[in-house]
Design a protein around this ligand. Structure first.
Ligand code: TYD
Ligand code: MG
Length: 461
């Protein structure tokens, strides 16, 4: 029997060699080789570890698999900054009847038409009902598969079997983990219960990752607008989209609330028609289409929504106080900014606001959270309070500080371009604003008081 040579290990690079040397043959460091037997048991145990879970240089991480694949529905892709990432899980929330099923059927059809195999799991509607809806939307491509079931085990089996690269589950509240399936954990409760939604989402997320199938889960929202089921659902998925709009109007807004693969500010705009959802090419005209001009309380704001600039109408209504406490109410605006704006108007512009009810809203279901809306809001409220209408061709943009000063905002060139494009001739802007596009008069103001005076809004009623 051959005598085994004592192995030596380099403390620096970890390479082993059969005999001792002053210099490691592998990394070239001096005096780093030690006899293996003299290493402690912990060091020797390291050799037996599985090193696949070790840190790697961030720069060497492969990003090709994280690349988003366009679905072919432009506005949907825009919100997702490109499309759906393989293996990612997206939750699409929205009120009943807003068009979630329609949107996703269009996404599935577009992907299938591009030659992919896609699977719709319909837990709420029969295959027959879905087929009828699909007919309305256009030709039904052969790669679009449907499974009408509420059983997650059946979903998993068909994904393994059919290997689609896009899976839609409509909805997460309607599916359940069956108790009869051997080896499966028991989830208690009926479909839609916290336990079931959690367990089903857990299983489907595992499936998405294991099979690299992009997965979209439909989620219902409760009356107050939050997703039904466990709050943790939003943390479990990669992306949360919200689909909103007034059911009685055609405009639908798609926004990312959370997105692991890109920015969230982007807004997708659709119009619900007879043949499904169409992208809105000129939202400015649609949003301002029904505007009443010459009425106190209204003004237009060039608002930024992601990479988009939207001309949105702000409206204010000021009424004598109805109760002991003055009421402040907003739709689509930040309530605390309204309160601040009222304080500034009261304190710095001589408009008494302490004993009136004030309502303010953004028309069209758009949400404006940016401070750049302050000046327009202040002018709308002042116009409503004094019963003096603002000119129809006037827009306003600027942040208002607590001292009543008007501050510069981001993206002013884009905002001014869009204003002229939609026919506005004058824009009230912060004093430091550089010249805008030709054909647009800039009314530069230092303070809210100056803006209010300029349009004769300080007279009181
Ligand atoms: P749906 O996608 O079923 O909504 P959700 O899944 O969010 O509950 O769509 C609901 C509404 O959309 C329904 O009232 C009918 C309307 N609709 C159209 O106006 N045009 C169409 O082409 C389609 C398919 C639906
Ligand atoms: Mg539906």
């Amino acid at each position: 029997m051959a005598k085994t040579a004592k192995r030596h290990k380099c403390l620096d690079c970890g390479a082993t060699s059969a005999r001792w040397a002053g210099r490691c043959p592998s990394c070239g460091e001096w005096n780093t080789l030690v006899e293996e037997a003299s290493l402690g048991p912990l060091v020797r145990a390291v050799d037996e570890l599985d090193l696949s879970g070790m840190p790697v240089p961030l720069a060497s991480v492969d990003v090709s698999e994280a690349a988003a694949i366009p679905t072919g529905v432009d506005e949907f892709d825009r919100v997702l900054s490109g499309g759906l990432v393989p293996g990612s899980v997206t939750l699409l929330g929205g009120e009943p009847g807003i068009g979630k099923s329609t949107l996703l059927l269009q996404v599935l059809a577009a992907r299938a038409a591009a030659g992919h195999r896609v699977l719709l799991v319909s837990a709420e509607e029969s295959a027959h009902q879905v087929r009828l809806r699909a007919e309305r939307l256009g030709p039904v491509p052969p790669g679009l598969l449907i499974l009408s079931t509420t059983d997650v085990a059946a979903v998993i089996a068909s994904v393994v079997e059919a290997a689609p690269d896009l899976l839609v589950v409509d909805s997460i509240q309607a599916v359940a983990v069956g108790e009869a399936v051997p080896g499966q954990r028991r989830a208690s409760g009926v479909p839609g219960s916290v336990g079931q939604v959690n367990e089903c989402a857990d299983q489907l997320i595992g499936l998405a990752k294991a099979r690299q199938v992009a997965t979209v889960l439909v989620g219902h929202v409760t009356k107050d607008g939050t997703l039904a089921g466990p709050r943790a659902l939003e943390h479990m998925v990669d992306t949360v989209l919200s689909f909103e709009g007034d059911r009685h109007h055609a405009l639908r807004l798609l926004q990312a609330v959370k997105h692991r693969f890109g920015p969230t500010g982007e807004l997708g705009l659709f119009e619900m028609g007879d043949q499904g959802l169409n992208r809105v090419d000129d939202p400015g005209r649609l949003l301002l289409g029904d505007r009443l001009t010459g009425v106190p309380g209204g003004i237009v704001l060039p608002a930024l929504q992601g990479r988009r600039t939207l001309m949105v109408e702000l409206q204010a209504l000021v009424a004598p106080m109805g109760q002991a406490q003055p009421k402040r109410s907003v739709v689509g605006l930040d309530a605390s900014r309204l309160v601040m704006t009222l304080a500034v108007l009261d304190r710095h512009a001589g408009l008494p606001m302490a004993s009136v009810d004030v309502f303010a809203s953004v028309v069209g279901g758009i949400k404006v959270g940016e401070p750049a809306a302050d000046l327009a809001l202040a002018l709308a409220v002042a116009s409503a309070a004094t019963g003096t209408a603002l000119p129809a061709d006037l827009a306003a943009v600027g942040e208002v500080g607590l001292a009543g000063e008007v501050r510069q905002v981001v993206g002013i060139p884009r905002r001014l371009e869009e204003s002229v494009r939609l026919g506005f001739r004058r824009v009230v802007v912060p004093a430091s604003t550089p010249d805008g596009p030709s054909g647009l008069e800039l009314i530069r103001v230092d303070t809210v008081a100056e803006a209010v005076t300029r349009f004769g809004l300080h007279s009181g009623r």
